[in-house]
Design a protein. Structure first.
Lengths: 164, 164, 164, 164, 164, 164
């Protein structure tokens, strides 16, 4: 069985992430969406919320839970890949700066674990301008991000805004 | 009347910014220089000082105040454009990394407000190496930045240094 | 009156070119679309056809002929700008490699004629992957390019294919 | 069965190509290496030689011929993918300029055939500086390219040189 | 005597830094490795440790201490160059984003001191993926970075980890 | 004695080339400007003219002929370096696309000859927009390139134009 890990902060998951996940699911038998719980970064959404939003978005997209599962990890991406018996890391590419940083990560990951390779998918043009950080900034000013993130993520952002 | 918004931190305004403003003024009937007052960022100069420095630099450049005005905003750039009835956002381009970030912003702004377009000017080569953040770093070490920023900004930096 | 020159090979004009033209028409009082007739390059479509295709595409887009006209030129872009009394050159930006080449041209044009400035528009994301050369390559293999170029350009390509 | 197409000129195949092929074979059940026989380009090696070199290099690498086959095509890459019932196109990424051109091709291919996706692998750092065109230029001056291309390609280049 | 300054944070020094240093030593009579002690940044290793690690790594590499010395500085790089009577600043280049930032710094340094030039060396491909910040991140998760940094830096990171 | 090779087409030499040469001469004891006489490319100026223009421009710049000499070569750059006992190749960097191509060449040259290193200088901002190919295109249309190339190159271009 070909298992791949799709690591990220997913703070929150965007339609661009879901596009990459859908493409990866066509290639791999199973994709583990792995949410980074880096205690040194300050996410907008707590990790539990990010997991629930991802699970809901995956279910809403009609994807079988056996096919795409959600997990969390803190540490090296290659260690998370080993835990989930994933031989591939999946990453989406948008811009040139993405490409450089991703290339550096991929080469480092190969040095750390030569049994794990990285596979890249090109984000569809209509999602190429979306990033979680821009979504958060726009939403913080009351901008409409409903075309950029799935409904489950919209609900989480609204709940968060109400609580403030 | 063709009104454009020229948003930025202007912390402080540089000769590169003034070059872009001058080019934009040739195209548009009015340009509103809009200073971002993002409470989450820590600027060197308080927003009031940045506004006064901009107004002085614009007057010193012999530009009519009816033609170029200075305002502040906190929020989405497209919302500030709507407030000032500006149908265009003006941005200067220097390097490749500028270009990518600016492209992402321009596409997002079109999604948020399809009645606002972004127009880009290429910073003149002699100003292409100047950025506000480098100016601040050089000035903090006593380096001479008088060829990079207008006299009004020099005065503001010196006043700040004396107060420390 | 603010006149701009929009130079290019337009071999053939694409929907990306028309997107840039429409944005430029909102800023300028008149835009002269200027077809380069470089005798050293071998275009697919003869210059007469490219002009007719552009004029038809502009009319089909409901644009007033007084507002956007089509001309040809062989020589320096700044000389063509002077001929048409245009103080601005309009260019569309798509990718990073575009940006670099365009920046070099813009700086050279300023050295050659300091009364002509270049204004850039960011091609809409849905047109960002289209280029005339790719359109020609795809069409030469019988691929469907009808979503990439206007109907007048489709007709010209089909006529050309039949004549071979 | 997951079939992928790995298109290219392979004039000649390099160790970088073989690195990408090996990675692709771990993901896909079958990879068809598809040699472009573009009559408008002038290759160094005739297409028959390029096919034999590829087949030899694949056999020398110990790869099962059922797993990786070699074919030729002239036309659209997505049409070749359909012929071989491949739902994926495999491409290697090295530099930033690769990335931009490849992104444009991938987006165009999706417009032409939405049942074919492109999957990217990052060429290993030790092969990142190798390109077929540089290999040809170095070899034409008698430079040693034996660390850059497989033995079968070395033989083909030497045979060609003797024939001149 | 041709003296060059090689400035950086060296937090910690990597094999990529040592590669650049070795190349610079072939060109210049003396290279002063200058550790930035910016009080506004929070390094992992205290400046004293970084100096000792550098001195040990230089000695371990068999380099004569008269040829390569280690110093610290806080302030403008060109001022540090003047202090050490260095007419050149040495920098390593890896990726495109490196290049842009380095170009901006080099141009600013020429404006600040036209008697100091910047000379660039291309990091060897096998070290091109290494950066101090990635080394720190990988090491913080227990990843093996022994192929990326010299033994002296390994010891410093281990001592630091034990002290926590 | 530290000898460096500065290879290029120099068709014609520009003020940017002379800027790089001057910087290189401060670092190295001798710089051999090496004109590529690639029979497969069609230069504007014959190689003899390019050599004379370079020699004149170097003399006009007040540079000692013992310090900077002009040679021609056809073949691998590292072979030319060996012929002239040069341990370094000098290259100027302007834009991001320059950087990538130059990096690839530098890595290949190290594979071909590990006793030859490449040293890069950043072209001064005022020359950063100049390239020989743009100079040729502008001059062919009668544009004024006198601020971009040395007087000796102007004379050569004018002589060529009269002869046509």
């Amino acid at each position: 069985m070909r298992v791949a890990l799709y690591p990220g902060s997913f703070d929150p998951v965007t339609n661009g992430h879901l596009d990459v996940l859908t493409r990866a699911l066509a290639v791999f038998d199973k994709v583990v969406v792995a949410v980074i719980t880096n205690p040194r970064k300050t996410p907008l959404l707590p990790v539990e919320t990010r997991v629930v939003v991802l699970e809901t978005a995956i279910r809403d997209a009609g994807i079988d839970a056996d096919h795409a599962s959600v997990a969390t990890f803190d540490g090296l991406t290659v260690d998370a890949a080993h835990v989930h018996e994933a031989r591939w890391i999946v990453r989406g590419l948008r811009a040139v700066s993405d490409f450089e940083a991703e290339g550096q990560l991929a080469h480092n990951n190969r040095v750390l674990a030569d049994d794990v390779d990285t596979v890249f998918f090109m984000t569809a043009v209509e999602f190429g301008y979306i990033s979680s950080s821009l979504v958060k900034e726009i939403a913080s000013y009351g901008g409409d991000v409903s075309s950029m993130i799935p409904p489950a993520a919209m609900t989480a952002l609204r709940t968060l805004a109400r609580g403030r």
